[in-house]
Design a protein around this ligand. Sequence first.
Ligand code: TXA
Ligand code: FE2
Length: 561
Amino acid sequence: MSAGTRVLGIEGTAWAASAAVYDSDADDVGSVFIETDAYEPESGGIHPREAAEHMHDAIPRVVERALEYARETHRDGEDGRPPDERSAPIDAVAFSRGPGLGPCLRIVGTAARALSQTLEVPLVGVNHMVAHLEIGRHTSGFSTPVCLNASGANAHLLAYRNGRYRVLGETMDTGVGNAIDKFTRHVGWSHPGGPKVEAAAEDGEYVDLPYVVKGMDFSFSGIMSAAKQRYDEGVPVEDVCYSLQENIFAMLTEVSERALSLSGSDELVLGGGVGQNDRLREMLAAMCDQRGAEFHAPDARFLRDNAGMIAVLGAKMYDAGDTLALEDSRVDPNYRPDQVPVRWRADEDDVAIGTDDAGRIRGAEAVVDLEPDAGRVKKRRREKRYRHPQLDERLRRERTTLEARLTSLARREGVPTPVLSDVDPLEARLELEYVGECDLKAALTADAVRDVGRHLAALHRAGFVHGDPTTRNVRVGQAGPDTPGDERTYLIDFGLGYHTDHVEDYAMDLHVFDQSLVGTADDPDPLREAVREGYRDVGEERVLERLRDVEGRGRYVTDAT
Ligand SMILES: C[C@@H](O)[C@H](NC(=O)OP(=O)(O)OC[C@H]1O[C@@H](n2cnc3c(N)ncnc32)[C@H](O)[C@@H]1O)C(=O)O
Ligand SMILES: [Fe+2]
């Protein structure tokens, strides 16, 4: 009989002082022992100092409970271990190394180091965000899912590729839970606000609020200030809560669908405390159902912060030999998920690159019928059952109109785009010229991406952005049957574009393309350089400077090796 790996996990990044014991021999995670002591601020949000005081009191207590459990259930002698009374009841101590509040993390780190020394077992340093994602992968049994992390301080989409979890998209400002919690503070409700918004939303009706997605990135600041304003103007709080949920969760669902579409994966996993929200899970499940993908969310006790997820990932890391020497075990409040070498999946496949069905493409938001012989493409933005009908109608109409307008405008700026032959905004239908021979994704060359750099610069000089420049929204091929060798790079799908004169928006447009290269190419760096070369030919240097700035903000580092 093989002995399972037994790990004691400790969590304490923000509000949950938690310890857990996991045995990898167990059939399911139902048997994971978790002891949690939550910090509940008396007023306002989480105060770092108060939270640290809570950790100081509560961590030793929960660790002691977990240790008692480990000792009680330690089957010494039965499982291949020597029947030695002094042998440790666990194989390793795993702890949340970050991201999180520095003062809290340091207390967790100290407790973990002390325990590993006392028991003479190795230390494993776990990234909290990767733990939120791995617990869902573990309980789903999926092999190569896209993961949506919807938690307090974070919101991002991740997929495994080349030994790392790549950030496909993320919030451009605050985490999703924090955004909601800020609104509830404004209306005077106690922390955490998420569950209260969910309860209030039951009796609400829909009112219009902003909806902001840029490629697979999204932002909450506009919608949150509009929500506060609505409340101050006297709109019933239930209506604001209901509409907040409808818009914010639809944004998260839309970008998740785009990530599935771009990566070709048909498995989605949810992680993080906001994942406890029924409406969010309902929308994600409906989206996956509509596109024939599988959806999984772990039980609530594994969604909110908990040490169980730390212990489960800790065991995988321990089995892969991924332990920490004491002197290397410092905590990191800004620890990003894409900094973690994923050694426990070393032999596994990347997220698959999907192949399109001949003749019909099921994109993230539209069904596109290809008629290459007729030289024509018919595109229809489908109803999204997960979205509130009023919001859905508004988005489909707006995007169809914008796509028609910006596609033509771009061509006037000298950027190859399909010629528009028909548009019906009410039905969300477009008819366009068939262009190119394949998606850029299938023919990634430096020449083609250099062209894309030039094209984006031309749009920006004309005062608008593409909004979703990914390797699937670029077509590559000969300019015409009579011009062999004359390769052309066409931009398509302008539905997320808009007019703007902000340098930040131009830089974000480039950044979205950059992220898409990282998500598609095995060796993205030369391609990313080529985009910049092309952009420099036509566009303004200050946009490239801003792009460096955007990347330097830390959330956007794509590869730490
Ligand atoms: C870095 C780490 O400390 C942080 N963890 C964290 O924020 O705790 P977590 O348990 O993952 O998420 C808590 C958030 O989840 C929200 N939340 C809890 N129940 C909710 C519900 N039913 N609906 C909406 N939000 C909910 C809370 O309002 C709070 O903002 C993170 O993962 O970002
Ligand atoms: Fe969390």
